[in-house]
Design a protein around this ligand. Structure first.
Ligand code: PRT
Ligand code: ZN
Length: 227
């Protein structure tokens, strides 16, 4: 049974952000006994419980008030907010307390290397594969032209080679994956990094608020020391 007297913080269980998230907490002096198979880990020296989940679940856990804090990519957070807005779900609020110095990437449009590409209007009526349909729609809403998005959660880069898509919209960091799949990056539509995010602070009891402040100060100190 979870204690109401402990702060709850969600991080990615395994994936690109998990090691950096764990290291950051360690650097902040939080001693955690992480069990590989467990959903929860408990800090030994501070009243903090760590929830280990898929990154996609973290925005919802924050917005639905299950955990007070999370470490997640801003891309995932914004996509969930837009999805909830689209569905008319009331809970969409959160506060980014700190942009973090890892998980840096960009959400980009890419087309086959041999495509003649002048500007974004070359994508009019294009069929575009993405795991981020709402961020993509927000970008194209400003361009006012028709396109045909479809969702693939994974293997987005291969959709074009397989003849399923004219273009893709996916996360890029080094660009090596695009290159390996014969694609070129043509538009950056969103820039992202990991962030420390909290619930709406108005709903948080004072002692938890103070603990969040303390943690935030330590995180800022760790980031400053790494600069
Ligand atoms: O299992 P779970 O759902 O938790 O994880 P996941 O597989 O959905 O996410 P994961 O671990 O791949 O990524 C978590 C977060 O890391 C993302 O939401 C981003 O905020 C951030 N991030 C930073 C990235 C990348 N860089 C990145 N390069 N996420 C994914 N990629 C992928 C991209 O999708 C593509 O397949 O890496 C490939 C491109 O990399 P380059 O270096 O070849 O350009
Ligand atoms: Zn995920």
């Amino acid at each position: 049974m979870l204690s109401k007297n402990r702060l709850r913080l969600a991080i990615q269980k395994s994936g690109r952000l998990s090691r950096d998230s764990q290291n950051l907490l360690k650097k902040c002096g939080i001693k955690i006994n992480l069990q590989k198979s467990s959903l929860m880990a408990f800090a030994e020296n501070m009243p903090i419980d760590i929830m280990l989940v898929r990154d996609d679940d973290i925005p919802g856990l924050i917005m639905d008030g299950v955990v007070e804090l999370g470490i997640v990519g801003i891309n995932v957070l914004e996509e969930e907010k837009l999805a909830r807005k689209f569905l008319g779900t009331a809970a969409q609020s959160y506060k980014i307390l700190q942009n973090l110095d890892f998980g840096l990437c960009r959400l980009s449009l890419a087309v086959p290397m041999d495509t003649e590409y002048l500007n974004v209007f070359c994508l009019k009526n294009a069929r575009i594969a993405t795991s981020y349909p709402h961020l993509l729609k927000k970008y194209f809403d400003k361009k006012v032209f028709f396109f045909k998005p479809f969702v693939l959660n994974g293997s987005v880069e291969v959709a074009s080679n397989a003849g399923l898509a004219d273009a893709i919209c996916d996360l890029v960091s080094t660009g090596a994956t695009l290159e390996a799949n014969g694609l070129k990056e043509v538009e950056v539509i969103y820039r992202s990094s990991a962030c420390l995010v909290s619930q709406n602070m108005n709903n948080i009891p004072l002692f938890k608020y103070q603990l969040i402040k303390k943690l935030l100060t330590r995180i800022q100190g760790v980031i400053k020391a790494r600069e």
